[in-house]
Design a protein around this ligand. Sequence first.
Ligand SMILES: *Cc1c(COP(=O)(O)O)cnc(C)c1O
Length: 452
Amino acid sequence: MQYRNLPSVEAIMATRQLQGLAILYQRDWLVNLVRQQIADARDDIRRGQDAASVDEIAGRVAQQTAQVARPRPQPVINATGVIIHTNLGRAPLSEASVDAMHAAADRYTDLELDIEQGRRGSRQAHLQPILRQLTGAESALVVNNNASAVFLGLSAIAHGKEVIVSRGEAVEIGGGFRVPDVLAQSGARLVEVGTTNRTYVSDYESAITPDTGALLKVHASNFRVEGFTHACDTRELAQLGKRSALPVLHDVGSGCLLDTGEFGLAHEPTPQESIAAGADLVFFSGDKLLGGPQAGIVVGKSDLVRTLERHPLARALRIDKLSLAALTATLLHYLKGEARSTIPIWQMIGSPLDDIRERAEAWRASIGDAATLCQSLSTIGGGSLPGETLPTWVVALDCSQSQGGAEGVMARLRTARTPIIARIDQDRVMLDPRTVPFDEGGALLRGVKAAL
Ligand SMILES: *Cc1c(COP(=O)(O)O)cnc(C)c1O
């Protein structure tokens, strides 16, 4: 009987709500949503529930439309204190980088035009002088991300040959990047040497055969082996490469151009050190400790860079113009010596502890009884500086009086108008101001009060 009460598609389309949506969206799209909702309502009736009314169904369609029409990925507030959070898009960009992206997006650019000669140019030409200056390398190439940079390097240089890697460096970086698998895909054969904890130059040397194509060094970005360990340094490996006429490839991972020691952190290997030590090609990411857009950067010897540039995969893995614009602007901050004050991740890493405490205290006072101020640790994250932390102050939320406890509060924070991502520690929700820009403080406090 209930089935007869189900509204028709026409009746729902005639509601004020759907008439309003029909001005903004294709009719077919709305009709499809309406049909789905009617089918769902029919299922509800089968399960013994009442038929949905015209207005209820129109409301659900409006809600679905609003969901889909939201920009994706949507902005979220990162209150985790993890600075390079891969799930949250890694590095936020500097203002200049965003402006550069915008300028390259809404008009034509000289992306592949040599303005002076009036001839076809290369998109790689824009960044080469800056990267040469910053890293001391002869040449440079930029692609989609570091995984593709390493893949391109191995494919172009070591296809059909053996590549020697220390057993302790045949690692998984996360998100499906496993050194042995990337090597296999590139058509190179992995030759592991040494032991998990100790590898010497002599191990590489005795593994060299006429089939060897390269020596590969990989920075173990996301874990640390402690105790009785030995890895051979880039200089030793580069000398062996020179003696044996083999290229030394070095995946340094995070693309850190600054000295992390200045920030009270362990030393992170830099591309410029690797070039100075004699590596032939160095690979790194654009969106980790470089603080720029997703990109993979290769710097090193001109002839090898040219070999990569000419490989057919280079076209498949090329960087797009918007990322290139953002990356150029990011690298210019380093060239101008202003990276610490302009690049968001370095601003966050360098935030004075007193400033963080002051903000946390203001949040605590605004939230009220459920909040306490605590000392805690921010982390670098994103496969950079494993185990390294920065002392911080957080607001800890006592959720014992809130529905669903800490998990319930976390869920409500995630569905706030601007979603808030926090972390749980000992059944309390922790909010770290280090990774929250000033202008997001108001939205954060509104979301937290509602979630409690
Ligand atoms: C992060 C990382 C990669 C992958 O870089 P993406 O830019 O994420 O593709 C490769 N190698 C190392 C050592 C890394 O740390």
